[in-house]
Design a protein around this ligand. Structure first.
Ligand SMILES: [Zn+2]
Length: 264
């Protein structure tokens, strides 16, 4: 066995394009969602299994879900924004758990006098662009607005959707950028029109997040929060919004049909 060096998967850094800048280099682990937002336990991610089928892979290691996704520079630039995501996640969970209306709400009212929605959106999207393979090539303006934290001024073709999801819902992240879902009904009725799949999803209490092509965004039960990218990462604004409660109803989440309204 001389000359054989076992690879430790925890320290292995594959050389691939960085999800944010596209540079082919050694990548670092990227927690999706941010580690401080309850991403330190068991989760699942969708991977391509034998025969090209999709399988849900359990990631039960302590440390949470963290695919290799960013180069050192992008990680250094974007990870400071996680503070806003973590703050929102913790505040919301506390509110959901302590409220006497728990489990009876279809929507959650969220209001804050001083928050940084541009920072929250980028903390979420920095991880989601890693799941949406090659998004940096197909939607460079959108990814650039995430990477640099600069305000996005024009429609870049993608939508960032958000809902809330109950604590006990399945936790999962995956991407299916630029695929098409077709369904065939066995009762002989004509097949449904093939539909664009979502580019990335993060279903991780308290948030249900979807990154999707503008064309099909309106079919999802979530709230469209893309306008938050018009704020820079340091802009502090008052915010009031309604988030619907959504849960997953399918094994393989690809389109709006795989979500439904729920109670939280
Ligand atoms: Zn990079």
């Amino acid at each position: 066995m001389s000359g054989f060096l076992p690879t430790n998967p925890r320290t292995h850094k594959p050389r691939r394009p960085c999800g944010l800048c596209g540079r082919v280099t050694k990548l670092t682990k990227t927690h999706v969602p941010p580690r401080g937002a309850f991403n330190s336990g068991i989760g699942k991610r969708m991977v391509v299994g034998p025969n090209g089928s999709y399988v849900l892979e359990s990631m039960g290691r302590p440390g949470g879900l963290a695919p290799y996704g960013h180069c050192e520079q992008c990680r250094a630039d974007t990870s400071p924004w996680d503070d806003e995501y973590i703050l929102w996640a913790k505040s919301l969970v506390q509110m959901l758990v302590e409220s006497p209306a728990a489990r009876r709400r279809r929507v959650v009212q969220f209001a804050a006098p001083r928050v940084r929605p541009g920072r929250f959106a980028r903390a979420a999207l920095a991880g989601m662009v890693v799941l949406a393979e090659n998004l940096w090539q197909t939607h460079p303006d959108f990814v650039e607005a995430v990477r640099t934290g600069e305000p996005l001024s024009a429609d870049a073709g993608m939508r960032f959707l958000m809902g809330v999801t109950p604590w006990e819902e399945r936790r999962e992240i995956h991407g299916a950028h630029r695929r098409v879902a077709a369904s065939v009904l066995l009762d002989g009725s004509p097949p449904a029109k093939p539909e664009k799949t979502l580019s990335a999803m993060v279903q991780w209490a308290p948030f249900s997040l979807v990154l999707v092509d503008s064309e099909v965004a309106a079919t999802y039960p979530h709230t469209d929060c893309t306008p938050w990218l018009e704020f820079g990462v340091n802009e502090v604004v008052p915010l009031s919004l309604q988030l619907p409660c959504v849960r997953i109803v399918s094994d393989w989440v690809a389109t709006a049909r795989d979500y439904e309204h729920s109670l939280v």
